[in-house]
Design a protein around this ligand. Structure first.
Ligand SMILES: CC(C)(COP(=O)(O)OP(=O)(O)OC[C@H]1O[C@@H](n2cnc3c(N)ncnc32)[C@H](O)[C@@H]1OP(=O)(O)O)[C@@H](O)C(=O)NCCC(=O)NCCS
Length: 176
């Protein structure tokens, strides 16, 4: 039996959180505690097959600065499907659940993509950010040039110009 469910972090038990961490460790070759921290605190989409977690993604709130406004942004994190379960539509199904959350609760959706992820997001209408990216850091706004070309947005209600500047808020681990 294959089930897609959504749940806030508040409603995940310790076993489910451990299964998410194990899935992400497997998909990304080991993740740091900070990276795991960044997938928590929002709404998770979970694919469960016969009681086993085979897919995960979440959307957490961040503030992105663009066009002089701090946009309430649904930031998609930790998207992964177990290797032996890929190319069966689980990634798309999870994204559809997360996009519903983004469209209903945020002014903008955003994420930092891997190459595989980028194909999935572009096919679903996410737009590649073409302008320069930066982050607010304790030392001020700093360019994140290595992330240029990897950031995608899903415009909801905020007017965005994808050739303009985009600045994310500060956090430990990967900034985007
Ligand atoms: C990116 C990732 C989450 C996609 O998950 P997935 O479950 O394979 O995604 P989907 O099945 O919805 O779509 C993937 C591909 O399979 C195709 N597909 C979907 N259902 C299919 C089916 N029943 N039969 C064959 N192909 C299918 C899709 O068209 C898509 O093709 P494309 O990549 O050539 O455009 C997965 O590859 C993954 O975990 N990668 C490693 C971690 C990673 O990079 N995560 C993204 C971080 S941003």
């Amino acid at each position: 039996m294959i089930e897609l469910r959504t749940a806030h972090t508040a409603d995940l038990d310790a076993g489910t959180k451990a299964a998410i961490r194990a899935l992400l460790d497997g998909a990304f070759g080991g993740i740091s505690d900070d990276t795991f921290e960044n997938v928590l605190g929002g709404v998770h989409a979970l694919v469960v097959e016969d009681g086993e977690l085979t897919g995960h993604g979440s959307v957490v709130q961040r503030r992105l600065l663009h066009g002089g406004r701090a946009l309430r942004t649904g930031y998609v994190e930790g998207v992964a499907v177990r290797e032996d379960r890929r190319r069966q539509g689980h990634g798309a199904a999870m994204m559809s659940a997360l996009e519903r959350v983004v469209r209903s609760a945020y002014e903008l959706g955003a994420l930092g993509a891997s190459a595989e992820g980028g194909r999935l997001y572009a096919a679903r209408g996410w737009q590649l950010w073409r302008g320069p990216s930066s982050a607010m850091t304790p030392d001020g706004i700093r360019r994140t040039a290595d992330k240029d070309g990897h950031i995608y947005v899903l415009p909801v209600s905020a007017p965005v110009d994808v050739s303009g500047e985009l600045v994310c808020d500060w956090r430990h681990g990967a900034l985007w």
